[in-house]
Design a protein. Sequence first.
Length: 166
Amino acid sequence: MPGPAHFCLTTRDFSILERIAESGAHRDEAYRRLLRRKLSAANVVFPDDIGPETATIGSRVEFSVDGRFTDNRILIHGDGDGFSGLALAITTLRGLALLGMSEGDATEIETQDGTKQTLRLDRMWSQGRSSNAGAGATVVALGARRQPVRVRQMEPEDDDPGPAAA
């Protein structure tokens, strides 16, 4: 079974995973097994000490599934409903598997129905840094959902300031 020697998690990411485990809200047994494995095998470091090649919450990851399907997503903590196609929540099996991996690592996960998938972290961007991209790397930042801004039509300015200016 392919798998990284260890997972490296920031103190923040580790705490979030602990809260998920303690809540018991996740009913998927495959997810719970992987979560327990992550928490017991993780090397926990301060955020400033994690390498740019390691996936953390907020990282943009490019990964492949079984060597044929490639995707590019941003790892997030929430459910990702507002970012369909852009985000991958760590509350999903694939999101959890990628969290803490480094570029080039591969791991095998077992899905709820018992099938196995091999995930490989092919490329990684973390908070404005790309570990193998050149100076032209694109950084994607997601914030809260934004409402469209209403632009008020301005009246053309009048050269005559009127009596108030006198």
